[in-house]
Design a protein around this ligand. Structure first.
Ligand SMILES: [Zn+2]
Length: 288
């Protein structure tokens, strides 16, 4: 397990959902390397670290998991392609907090790309099964429809192996637009990264945290024009990121990260400087 943040009556825990490496060019899109490499390290082959750290939100009445990690069913070939450096340990991390995966009440997926949804369906002995069998799984309706009918590009990221088991279960709950999931935890449709991408807003005891998902994958993407090359609707990403960053700044909110190995959450000033950060998540591999 990585970090923890207290937010009013809520406790947020970042779980080990996997660590892999991506080409820096895909993570920073049109931003020139001379600019991004000053702010985010890469190795000699231009690869950068990205975590897939689900956030467990413990509210007074519910356990809510945001994103699901990389799961335990990547093939050796996929592990090589994505340069998997640390395995998914979400069930073990839940145990270390005194919970079982059966205790999770809600799983919120910001979108259904494989790196967010692979932990939804796990290899359990000989069969594939829902990792969180008692949880409602919340996905935007448009996102689910797109996942079921992928286009030439998205077919590489919406994987059947992550879809079928959930589709056949009674655990899928489709959301259209904005909705409150439990008291203090809401989702809002943004589009941008994918057409049905949603964000999560957490409020408790006068404190606020915004999980902007892949609109803000790393702290260095705070500049609205710093996008990944994976954004399907980049102008929507820019517009929604500007909107929600402004709202978050006004509320002195934490911005939480799924992919950032260096920060679990940050507070920023108007210029995008970090004014507070939940301690870095540097792992043994990175330190070496
Ligand atoms: Zn992602």
């Amino acid at each position: 397990m990585k970090n923890k943040l207290i937010l009013g009556e809520f406790e947020l825990f970042w779980l080990d959902g996997g660590l892999c490496q991506f080409d820096g060019g895909t993570i920073f899109g049109a931003v020139p390397k001379v600019l991004w490499e000053k702010k985010y390290p890469c190795d000699q082959e231009n690869y950068v670290f990205l975590t897939a750290s689900p956030i467990l939100v413990k509210t007074p009445r519910s356990l809510v998991l945001i994103e699901s990690g990389l799961g335990n069913k990547l093939t050796d070939k996929q592990k090589k392609i994505f340069r998997l450096r640390e395995e998914w340990r979400v069930p073990e991390d839940l145990k270390s907090l005194g919970f079982d995966r059966q205790d999770v009440d809600y799983v919120i997926l910001t979108h259904y790309d494989w790196d967010h949804s692979s932990g939804v369906v796990m290899q359990d002995s000989e069969r594939l099964a829902l990792t969180f069998p008692n949880a409602k799984h919340l996905v935007q309706k448009t996102e689910w429809e797109d996942a079921l009918n992928p286009n030439r590009r998205s077919i590489n990221t919406y994987w059947d192996v992550n879809i079928e088991t959930l589709k056949q279960s009674k655990n899928l709950e489709l959301v259209a637009g904005d909705a409150e999931i439990v008291s203090g935890v809401s989702v809002s449709l943004t589009g941008g990264h994918t057409g049905g991408h949603q964000i999560v807003i957490m409020r408790s005891g006068g404190e606020e945290a915004l999980h902007l998902g892949d609109l803000l994958p790393l702290h260095v993407h705070f500049n609205p024009l710093w996008l990944t090359a994976y954004d399907n609707f980049p102008l929507d990403t820019i517009r929604m990121k500007e909107r929600h960053e402004k709202i978050g700044l006004a509320a002195n909110a934490w911005f939480t990260f799924y992919h950032d190995p260096y920060y679990a959450a940050c507070k920023f000033d108007e210029k995008g400087n970090i004014v507070a950060g939940v301690p870095p998540q540097v792992t043994s591999q990175q330190a070496g």
